[in-house]
Design a protein around this ligand. Sequence first.
Ligand code: NAD
Length: 299
Amino acid sequence: SKTQVGFIGLGNMGKPMAKNLLKHGYPVVATDVFPESCKELQELGAQIVDNPAEVADQTDRIVTMLPSSPNVIEVYTGPNGILKKVKKGSLLIDSSTIDPAVSKEMAVAAEKMGAVFMDAPVSGGVGAASSGKLTFMVGGVEEEFTAAQELLTCMGANVVYCGAVGTGQAAKICNNMLLAIGMIGTSETMNLGIRLGLDPKLLAKILNMSSGRCWSSDTYNPVPGVMEGVPSGNNYQGGFGTQLMAKDLGLAQTTATNTKTPVPLGSLAHQIYRMMCARGYAGKDFSSVFQFLREDEDK
Ligand code: NAD
């Protein structure tokens, strides 16, 4: 039988990912700071423990899925962190989207304890997390990739090796900068079409058979009623939070600054998502930029 896998961070993404490990027959030992997030997994047979150190005490393969860099630093190097109890030879896979510089720091800290750290951020959203169809972008020592792949293929359809530690994050940050630009573009386009008298479903259909088609138009349309099973159809609840998108765009800006790379649309997208956070959209799905662009409707 398969040996235990640790999972830390059972939020919108982590919960369905951990469920897929269970489905593939891996016993799961999990924890989350928010006890309510652990309930469902516990009912499905996962063992819930108090903190990351206890997870590390029981397993030698751990996946973390946390909001941002400070949470990852806490979970790895904090007083009850993984590295307090990590076993030699352990494989630590972080699927959160964070600063690649922090991934590199975590890799160094893990190596000091005889463990291996890899960054493996994901693309695909909650739908792909549930159906096990995520794309993983993996950075770290190449010799360890096969071991990581064994677990990641239970949760994803594509597992891509990117290079040294931090390069998975680099790929992810680039993807999300383009995603944000595409979502804002789709939202303003749909809104303009609606105001020109087009039916939004028809407009989406035309875009999706034309050169304007993108993931935000055909898989995650931001206009309520155009598609089923996406956050726009559920008052922008669940999905990928605006606050998380603002974080990823901030990471893109930092890395662009460090490399003196011009990213004008990425900068503008960052500012739009920052403004949304300040205007009460932080907890809504990032496709609510459509709603944000229509605030003038009420005035
Ligand atoms: P989330 O906020 O829903 O979940 C994060 C979970 O981590 C929460 O349950 C929280 O309680 C837990 N947590 C925070 N600090 C902790 C700690 N110290 N110890 C234990 N648990 C802790 O976020 P999410 O939507 O699941 O996203 C997770 C990561 O994946 C983020 O970096 C995000 O950018 C990235 N991501 C999200 C999506 C998406 O569609 N939601 C898609 C791709 C990537």
